[in-house]
Design a protein around this ligand. Structure first.
Ligand SMILES: Cc1cc2nc3c(=O)[nH]c(=O)nc-3n(C[C@H](O)[C@H](O)[C@H](O)COP(=O)(O)OP(=O)(O)OC[C@H]3O[C@@H](n4cnc5c(N)ncnc54)[C@H](O)[C@@H]3O)c2cc1C
Length: 295
């Protein structure tokens, strides 16, 4: 299948990219790894006249740590995130490592995953559970948007057409914090999740009480969603099975799955319960491991 014809631009700075995007409006599309965009072009679902390759923009590259926060570049690939490093929370590395295949992970970017905003997106879910913010640059400057509030529907977010997602900001990894990621698909690899769950736990200094928790659910709503009920079943409580089971029940009750050709809503709801429990156990083990390593 051949690609349709289009003009190709490779701006060398963010202001240049924003000005080209402003000039060309809906006719232009930013291009990052191309794993979604080029597929959609081949399938003739999209026909932009211009592709703006973001690969020349230094502003979208590299990771920085400062004052307890990390800023990850939108052009970070899933492979790079999956291989971890001091600025990459374990939970994000797990999600990125579950995306597609090695070939897809070598191209797919963090920014592309957040803009594509699929309900089961493997990078979106961990970032939502981690309480991350997206940085959107547009003609009037930059704005930061918390991911809880960023997603609006499948492939639809608060990002406007003239904006480029430049970076993501989140808390730096630290002792007593852990994550768990569970993905269920019909196959082991190259699979969009049937259900996926990302759990984030922060423990008090006693190593036993939950200080903060977020549970993000995928493929059970039109976009990645947080379960407020799961968080309130955990925060301030002992990090143990009774609370984990209550949180899993709350997550299953709040999920909004629908029947489709890949699975029934009832099955998906059951799987939310099971995967939430597993993700919380994994998060606790990582949080306690981090705390012991620092002691
Ligand atoms: C075989 C295959 C398997 C896959 N498996 C998975 C999977 O298991 N899990 C999963 O989550 N996804 C999966 N995907 C989807 C895809 O790989 C991811 O969504 C990926 O993260 C998209 O990133 P990209 O850099 O390739 O985006 P692109 O294709 O370059 O762009 C996607 C969209 O985002 C826009 N865009 C990209 N970057 C920016 C930016 N910085 N600012 C503004 N707009 C931007 C583009 O204009 C385009 O509309 C799969 C895709 C394929 C082809």
């Amino acid at each position: 299948m051949l690609l349709p014809s289009f003009d190709y631009y490779r701006p060398q700075s963010l202001p240049e990219a924003l000005s080209l995007l402003g000039e060309m409006g809906e006719d232009a599309r930013p291009l990052a790894g191309g794993t979604d965009l080029l597929v959609n072009l081949k399938l003739k679902k999209l026909a932009p006249k211009v592709l703006l390759d973001l690969g020349g923009l230094e502003e979208l590259k590299g990771n920085r740590a400062d004052d307890g926060l990390v800023s990850l570049g939108a052009l970070d690939t899933a492979s790079r995130l999956a291989s971890g490093g001091p600025e990459v929370p374990g939970l994000l590395a797990m999600g990125a490592g579950a995306l597609g295949s090695p070939q897809v992970r070598n191209r797919a970017t963090l920014g592309g995953n957040l803009v594509t905003a699929r309900p089961a997106a493997d990078i979106c879910l961990p970032l939502l559970a981690l309480g991350a913010k997206a940085v959107l640059a547009g003609p009037n400057g930059e704005r930061e948007v918390a991911l809880d509030g960023y997603f609006k529907g499948p492939g639809y977010t608060v990002k406007e057409a003239g904006e480029i997602l430049t970076r993501v900001i989140l808390d730096a990894p630290r002792p007593g914090v852990g994550g768990g990621y569970q993905k269920l698909g019909l196959r082991q690899a190259m699979e969009i999740a049937l259900v996926n769950v990302a759990a984030h736990l922060e423990l008090e200094d006693d190593g036993k009480t939950v200080a903060l928790a977020r549970v993000a659910l995928g493929a059970v709503a039109p976009f990645p969603m947080l379960s407020p009920g799961a968080a309130s079943a955990l925060i301030g409580k002992p990090a143990q099975e009774t609370c984990f089971s209550e949180a899993a029940e709350a997550a299953a009750a709040e999920a909004r799955p629908i029947d489709d050709h890949r699975g029934s809503a009832a099955y998906r709801r059951d799987m939310v319960r099971t995967l939430t429990l597993r993700a919380l156990r994994q998060a606790l083990s990582q949080a306690q491991g981090n705390q012991e390593a620092q002691a």
